[in-house]
Structures are given as structure tokens and as C-alpha cells.
Design a protein around this ligand. Structure first.
Ligand SMILES: [Fe+2]
Length: 473
């Protein structure tokens, strides 16, 4: 069975292709169209997927008519009409079912609780499922407008950022604010939402006081704190309802790496698929149709640049310039650059952060993440679990040695790497470690400001011309 999974009419269209449980291809539309957060798939991504195999069924990640009924009855304003690219039978799965399937069927668990928290699908906004063997079953649901995701996005918009896109910037800003000033006020919004007396879909329409530049950071801190308190409560409820000690966490909220760390206090094992938001749901829909665990090996599933990992070139570049761009092999499926479309830099240099921020033309407060050899992670960061997809923020234990990857509050969003997971990147780290005693590098996405991660040869050419900077490949 060859299944083409499709997600569109959301803020992150994507396509996946699976054959008998093997993932042949999975990628984001934006990397092909160069339109950030593209809502629709395009001819190039479909053709790239079809290079791998010809599907005999299509799985779509939502129930379009159900979504339309919610928009008509209860509000919201998104498109609901999918464009199906091939004349094949189409199987439609509910939005949260696709999230749950993307998480559970890529996990190694056969007995787990699955929690899905996002802004909104058709009606559901927060769901708890149980996965046993190859079956997943819904146990609890919360409907629109009560929504963790809409809560977070409404405040993202309030402080002048783009909702559904720049929540991660607000999360980063939280470290620079004092949550005390607005905690009570933000909690009160959450309380009204609990009672279905507030619809965050319309934004925060009654803040009624001026917002200074510092207030933006204080609001971000208060929102992050309130979000974490409520997430903690919800996850305890999920544990109590199901009695399961293994968690699969999915939905856009699972991208909040600062909050995700608290999950390890509740559950023995946690799996967050590296693409837990809607962009991961093309794979989720395909997996839901397959109805069994699929063969998850790595997130390197997109456009293939080919080539061996350029270990020696990267080490040479780090020695010479301390900053190296790398584009090779298959693109990451998910929002984070995990080594194949990355800028890597020497984390010991305190000025590197500003240099990389200048290259990327980002706000200077924006933090950078470290990538560390998994075997050394617990000596450098306060963690006793692996974080292969940069999904958890933890305290840095030796901040004076790697200042450029430590956030204002002393934490880092860590990516751990094993030899099996990414042999090339592991060898780069090992060589750097043998020469410097530091098994850590700065790792950030390779993109032009405001544009998606680099994808193909044309993007590389454009980047090299724009920055006069050679990419290792
Ligand atoms: Fe979603």
C-alpha cells in the first residue's frame, strides 16, 4: 500500500509518502514555494514526492466539511477546501486523529497516553487518547473556543508578533521578562476561557492599557508561566485518566520547548515527533490510514541534495572562521535545522551569537541552540534524557565555557546527537571535542531572514550570492 498524505488549508502545508510502513518522503510546501508558512501544496513538492513512488491512496489530515460547519456555526476564519492533486480515493481523518497518529505510530511505544494540544482543528482543541498495540482511542476532548494554542497565539498577536507563526519568538522573549507584573491578569483571561466566556480566536480585544517595549517581555513571561502551570495540570489529568506512564505529545503546543521539560517530571518516557504541528499531519493522516506503527528512522526525509556529510570541510571552516554553513543530504521534516540545513558555530566565542544574528538579521536577543554529543550531554546540561530533535530547554551546567548557546535565564534548547542518529554530525562534534575539549557546537537554521530553510541547489546559490559565504556540502 502506497499512501500520499496531505495537509493543507492550514498554516503549514506538507506532503508525505509511505509504502508498506516505510516513509519514502515527507516535506514542507514552504521549502518549495519559498513562501513562509505556505497554506497550500505546489506542483514542485508533489512531483518530488512522486519521484519516490506512485501512490494508490490519498490520506487527508482533516474533515473539511466538519471544519466548515464549525466556521459557520461558531466562528473562525480559515480556508477549508483542499486541493487533491491526483485522481485517487481520498480518506479523510479528523485533525486531532492525524496529530495523534503522527505521534503514536512514529513512536516505539505500544502502550501510551497521547495528548494533542493545538489552536484548533475542526472542533477539538485539546484531546487525550490511549494507544495500545496498533489501536488509538479517544478518551477525552475539549472543544473550541477553549484552546491552549489560541490562548498563546492571542498574546503573541497582542505584543506585536504574528500569530500562528511567531509564537516561538514570544517563548524566547519570556526569559527577558518578569512574569509577576501581568501573571494575575493573564490568569484571569485563562479562567474566562475555561468557562467558555472568552474566544481567543478574536485576539485580546480588551487589554485596555498601553504596552511598552519592556511590557512585551513581561507579558511574554507571564503567558509562558501561566501556560506551563495549566499544561502541568492537563498532563497530570492525562496521566490520571489513563494510568499510562509513557507520553506521546503532539499538536503545535508541543513545539514549546521551555514547557516540554516539565513532562519528564510526570512521565517515565516521552516521545514528541520532530514535526508535532500541522505540518506533521500529512504523515499522521498517511499513518492513520495505514493503521499501524510506521518505520521511523530519522527526520531527514525531504528534498535530497545528495553527497556525503562534509565533516572535514566543516572542521576546517570552524577553525578558520568559527562559523560554517552546511547543506547536504535530505532536508529535515520539521521546523528545526538538525544538521543538514544548518549554520554551525564555535560556542566558546561570546561574540559568535551577535555575528550569527547579524548574518541572519534577527533580533539580537534571540538565543541560539547547542548541539551536543549525547554521551556528554549530562555533563554540560542538566538532563538525564535524550533530546534528538531540540525539543527541551534545560539548565546549562557550564555556561562560562559555551556562552553563545546559553539563554538569558541560564538555559539552552538542546539537541543531542548519537553516532547512530547522525553519523556525520557526530563525527564533526567528536573531532571538535578532541581538539577543544568541548563536545558542543552552536546549531541554527540555514535560511535567509523571513524565508524558509534552504531546500535545493538554487537556494544554495542564492544564499552564497547574498552573503558572499560558501556553504559546505
Ligand atoms: Fe493542529
Amino acid at each position: 500500500m502506497i499512501i500520499l498524505g496531505i495537509n493543507e488549508t492550514s498554516h503549514d502545508a506538507s506532503v508525505s509518502l509511505i509504502k508498506d510502513g516505510d516513509i519514502l518522503f515527507a516535506a514542507h510546501a514552504e521549502r518549495y514555494s519559498k513562501k513562509k508558512n505556505d497554506w497550500y501544496n505546489n506542483k514542485s513538492i508533489i512531483l518530488d514526492a512522486l519521484n519516490y513512488a506512485t501512490p494508490n491512496a490519498i490520506a487527508y489530515y482533516e474533515k473539511p466539511l466538519l471544519k466548515r460547519s464549525r466556521i459557520l456555526l461558531r466562528g473562525g476564519a480559515s480556508d477549508w477546501k483542499p486541493h487533491i492533486p491526483l485522481n485517487l480515493p481520498v480518506h479523510y481523518f479528523k485533525h486531532h486523529h492525524s496529530h495523534a497518529a503522527a505521534g503514536y505510530y512514529t513512536s516505539r511505544f505500544d502502550d501510551a497516553v497521547i495528548v494533542v494540544l493545538d489552536a484548533i482543528g475542526e472542533y477539538n482543541t485539546s484531546t487525550i487518547w490511549v494507544g495500545e498495540g496498533d489501536n488509538i482511542k479517544l478518551k477525552y476532548k475539549q472543544n473550541y473556543p477553549t484552546s491552549f494554542g489560541l490562548f498563546y497565539s492571542a498574546f503573541t498577536q497582542l505584543i506585536g508578533l504574528m500569530p500562528n507563526q511567531e509564537e516561538y519568538i514570544m517563548m524566547g522573549m519570556a526569559a527577558y521578562g518578569n512574569p509577576k507584573k501581568y501573571e494575575v491578569k493573564v490568569s484571569d483571561y485563562f479562567l474566562r476561557y475555561d468557562m467558555q466566556k472568552y474566544n481567543f480566536h478574536k485576539g485580546i480585544i480588551d487589554w485596555n492599557e498601553p504596552i511598552t517595549e519592556q511590557d512585551k517581555f513581561d507579558i511574554a513571561a507571564a503567558v509562558q508561566k501561566v501556560y506551563q502551570l495549566r499544561l502541568n495540570e492537563f498532563m497530570h489529568m492525562a496521566y490520571t485518566i489513563t494510568g499510562k506512564n509513557k507520553l506521546v505529545f503532539m499538536g503545535g503546543c508541543a513545539l514549546n520547548s521551555s514547557a516540554n521539560t516539565l513532562l519528564w517530571n510526570i512521565f517515565d518516557k516521552v516521545w514528541i515527533m520532530p514535526n508535532p504541528g500541522d505540518a506533521g499531519s500529512s504523515l499522521g493522516a498517511a499513518a492513520a490510514l495505514y493503521g499501524k506503527h510506521i518505520n521511523w528512522k530519522s527526520p531527514y526525509l525531504g528534498y535530497d541534495l545528495g553527497g556525503e556529510y562534509p565533516v572535514d570541510k566543516i572542521i576546517e571552516g570552524l577553525k578558520k572562521d568559527k562559523i560554517v554553513a552546511v547543506a547536504t543530504g535530505r532536508a529535515e521534516y520539521g521546523p528545526r535545522a538538525l544538521g543538514n540545513r544548518s549554520i554551525l558555530a564555535d560556542p566558546r566565542d561570546p561574540n559568535i551569537k551577535d555575528k550569527v544574528n547579524l548574518i541572519k538579521q534577527r533580533e539580537l536577543f534571540r538565543p541560539f541552540a547547542p548541539v551536543v554529543m549525547a554521551e556528554h550531554a549530562s555533563k554540560w546540561f542538566d538532563m538525564d534524557f535524550e533530546s534528538p530533535y531540540m525539543q527541551y530547554t534545560v539548565k546549562c551546567l557550564q555556561p562560562e565555557k559555551i556562552p553563545s548557546v546559553v539563554h538569558e535565564d541560564g538555559t539552552s534548547r538542546v539537541q543531542t546527537v548519537t553516532k547512530e542518529q547522525h553519523p556525520g554530525l557526530w563525527r564533526v562534534l567528536n573531532k571538535f571535542y578532541l581538539e577543544t575539549g568541548v563536545p558542543v557546537l552552536l546549531n541554527t537554521s540555514l535560511n535567509i531572514k523571513g524565508q524558509p530553510l534552504l531546500n535545493d541547489e538554487n537556494d544554495i546559490k542564492l544564499w552564497e550570492e547574498t552573503y558572499n559565504f560558501t556553504i559546505c556540502r
